[in-house]
Design a protein around this ligand. Sequence first.
Ligand SMILES: NC(=O)c1ccc[n+]([C@@H]2O[C@H](COP(=O)([O-])OP(=O)(O)OC[C@H]3O[C@@H](n4cnc5c(N)ncnc54)[C@H](O)[C@@H]3O)[C@@H](O)[C@H]2O)c1
Ligand SMILES: [Zn+2]
Length: 332
Amino acid sequence: MNKDVVIIRGESVADVAAALAGESEIFIVHDVNVAATAASVAVALPAVKAVIGIETSEERKTMETAVELCERLLEADASRRALVLAIGGGITTDIAGFSASMYKRGIRYANIPTTLLAQVDAAIGGKTGVNLHGYKNMLGAFHMPEFTFLAPDALAGLPAKEVRCGLAEMLKTFLIGDADAYAAAISLLSGTKTLSGLRDFAVRAAEIKAEIVRRDPLEHGERAVLNLGHTFGHAIEHCSGGKIAHGEAVGKGIILAAKLSESLGLAEKGLAARLKADFEGAGLDVECPFGIKELAAAMKKDKKDGKFVLLRGIGKPVVMEVSGDDLCKCTK
Ligand SMILES: NC(=O)c1ccc[n+]([C@@H]2O[C@H](COP(=O)([O-])OP(=O)(O)OC[C@H]3O[C@@H](n4cnc5c(N)ncnc54)[C@H](O)[C@@H]3O)[C@@H](O)[C@H]2O)c1
Ligand SMILES: [Zn+2]
């Protein structure tokens, strides 16, 4: 995967036309919940050959859906020169990217993310895939998009809960990669929480992820820092039976990771309390309803090894193995 990670900032989704000027066959694949956005992109692109809506949910994020999408590309005569333009949240960009990686042994694709979470995370970096028997992202491929196009109007209509999920991932990125942006974002979020005010921060978070992926595209090392809060977060998602959404769980997981960092003597005392106050000030509920024993049992079943992303401080992540005994210390 030697393609660069490209982030393009636009004023409006229709501006994507400039980035696709040389294309002859574009196939739009969109979440049915953002059909209006897809329609306004389609009218701006003369090379669009088909507009394909898909229903998205974790249950439908499967190989069957990816194959169905390939079948629809075939029916619409997509050639090896075709470009898939994915418009939607992370589920859409993961499925569309994965289908593009398989169709005719791989065709190009590009993303217009329509959730904050996908703008700062899912639609960047070339990890694509689907779930298998309820296990997340078990089938997939590294397939880098031509670009990820960030436009503010793509987020129109995004429900408040989805905004909160995206905020948690955005703050995560600043905690691992930019202490100044973290402080500035927290200051902004303690007052206004409008999406338009957040625009520069979303672009900055996307760029930080792009920089990390450029250095470690296949996650042999550094890219793992993007999993801050995720080992706890996946366990929280699991224990809640899916009631706590991924981004919400990551917010709670970050606070637990900060507590663990303190209890291991990596971070100064007070880090977890500070982050908790910051996140709560930003409107995120970071209380974890589960005990550490319950979370530890869920973590054992997670496909990830016993590694945690911890913090020496804001902007200073470290990836470490943590024993079961040390893990239990973080609740004390
Ligand atoms: N590939 C990666 O590197 C990566 C990274 C992080 C997450 N992910 C994946 O991303 C997925 C989560 O992404 P997500 O949170 O964007 O979920 P999503 O795609 O399910 O979108 C969340 C919800 O918002 C709706 N929606 C999307 N845009 C909207 C808009 N503008 N207005 C109104 N509603 C809108 C969707 O229909 C959906 O109901 C997970 O499956 C996760 O595994 C992938
Ligand atoms: Zn995540």
